[in-house]
Design a protein around this ligand. Structure first.
Ligand code: F0G
Length: 455
């Protein structure tokens, strides 16, 4: 049942298409040739050989007519541009944070803030740190601690807020590492597990612990609007509130946020730091000028700031969020109904297929998730991402295939077509062969390794 339209069960795309881009349709024989040429590594496949690209939801959004229109009236002045004023006003209004520092994307915001606050030997807790957040902390000699609740690590758990931080472990961590925690974080939604949300109650609890220990609370807010929607529809007592009011309450709990605009900013590039800590600004701005750009553009064109200003508002639209979260639910339900095991409940931006459960005839050494990702490309022209033994460089706890959905790009007919195609994949799944690595770099091997089918 749709939450925004009580008269219909079907949740529709709440937009019509003005600019279209044709889908590439390589034939089966062409896809088989592409796979062999790419060494069975989907990162090495050209986008023009992919029909449905679910590699990531980041920077792959279709922008609206309003965003493109705003880009045309952007003011590209080096200093003090009108576009910065507009962008700053929207970020202030949505987050309540008075100070706004633009950056070219999320990881630049991470680097600037961490370089300002973090020293070697420090500890930074979170529910789960995203890869670049962790890497930026470790780069500075700090430890990134993941304190997600136990249900968040259990693919069968139906907990409605699997992204929550374990408040007991957080309290213990703050005591154990007293004086060595320059900031505490929470990622909303928690990317790990496909965008699992965090409840308002849990965010309030974490904020209280951080405040009591005098630790600034920083939210990794990439998917803040999707998180606000899950709070509205899943948390008791929140159903009558707007996503905007819920998002504002979340930001009110924190000292700052780090934002990759490439997700809920609805843009292809852009990000920011927003904060109420005026004392951090001189250091942040000096670093920004050194490596990103002047404080009124921060490594972006003014037209990018305009698009982000409009996108932040569009991401909070109720009809959009209802449709957005229906996409992963629809795919998770459709896959489950066809006998494809997926992590439950589906998160906001992605669906994870449990490749070990789907392909029990392949053992870990035969790289079941990589094999399945390649089969989805071969059979359906779908590009997904292995999150398993290939990515982690060792036998992983879970062998997952992530289908991450770009915002406003694919329609329900596309998803129905893919689900129909899955029936054929299910029918012949016992014939799917494993892979072995024939070439790999010393680290981050998933981007460039080459594979070969076994047998
Ligand atoms: N934080 C989270 C939770 C993210 O998911 C990402 C990016 C970042 C920070 C970094 O932002 O890419 O703008 O520098 N996630 C993308 C993904 C890459 O595919 O999940 P960025």
């Amino acid at each position: 049942m749709s939450t925004t339209d009580p008269t219909h069960r079907t949740v529709i795309e709440p937009f019509k298409v003005k600019v279209m881009e044709p889908l590439p349709f390589p034939t089966l024989a062409e896809r088989e040739r592409v796979l062999a040429l790419a060494g069975w590594n989907l990162f090495l496949v050209r986008a023009r050989d992919v029909t449905f690209d679910f590699l990531t939801d980041s920077g792959t959004t279709a922008m609206s007519a309003a965003q493109w229109a705003a880009m045309m009236v952007a003011d590209e002045s080096y200093a003090g541009s009108r576009s910065f004023e507009r962008f700053e006003a929207v970020v202030r209004d949505v987050t309540g944070f008075p100070h706004v520092v633009p950056t070219h994307q999320g990881r630049a915001a991470e680097r600037l803030l961490f370089q300002t606050l973090v020293k070697p030997g420090d500890v930074v807790p979170s529910n789960n740190h995203f890869d670049t957040t962790r890497a930026n902390l470790e780069q500075l000699g700090a430890t990134a601690l993941d304190l997600v609740i136990a249900e968040g690590r259990d693919p069968r758990s139906l907990h409605p807020f699997k992204g929550e931080i374990d408040l007991g472990r957080l309290e213990a961590c703050c005591r154990e590492h007293a004086g060595r925690i320059p900031l505490g974080m929470i990622t909303i939604t928690n990317n790990t597990g496909g965008g699992q949300p965090v409840s308002l109650a849990n965010l309030r609890g974490a904020a209280e612990i951080y405040r009591r220990h005098g630790i600034p609370f920083v939210i990794d807010a990439c998917r803040f609007a999707e998180n606000a929607w899950f709070v509205k529809v899943r948390e008791p007592g929140q159903g009558e509130r707007t996503p905007r009011a819920i998002a504002r309450e979340i930001f009110d709990l924190a000292d700052a946020c780090l934002m990759s605009g490439k997700k809920d900013g609805m843009v292809n590039i852009g990000g920011f730091i927003a904060t109420r800590q005026g004392a951090w600004l001189p250091a942040l701005r000096s670093l920004l000028i050194l490596t990103e750009g002047f404080p009124t553009y921060g490594g972006l064109a003014a037209r990018d700031l305009e698009a982000l200003a409009v996108g932040l508002e569009e991401a909070l639209d109720e009809r959009y969020l209802d449709y957005r979260t229906a996409v992963s639910r629809y795919m998770a339900d459709g896959l489950t109904a066809r006998g494809v095991p997926v992590m439950q409940p589906p998160g906001g931006h992605a669906v994870y297929i449990d490749a070990r459960a789907f392909l029990p005839h392949l053992d870990a050494a035969e790289l079941p998730a990589q094999a399945l990702a390649c089969e989805l490309y071969r059979a359906l022209g779908v590009r997904s991402c292995e999150i398993g033994s290939v990515m982690f460089g060792k036998v992983a706890a879970m062998e997952l295939v992530r289908l991450a959905f770009p915002r406003r790009v694919y329609t329900q007919a596309h998803f129905d077509y893919i689900l129909e195609g899955f029936e054929e994949v299910v029918a012949r799944k016992d014939a799917i062969r494993g892979l072995r690595i024939v070439e790999e770099p010393p680290f981050l091997r998933h981007f460039t390794a080459r594979f070969e089918p076994l047998g």
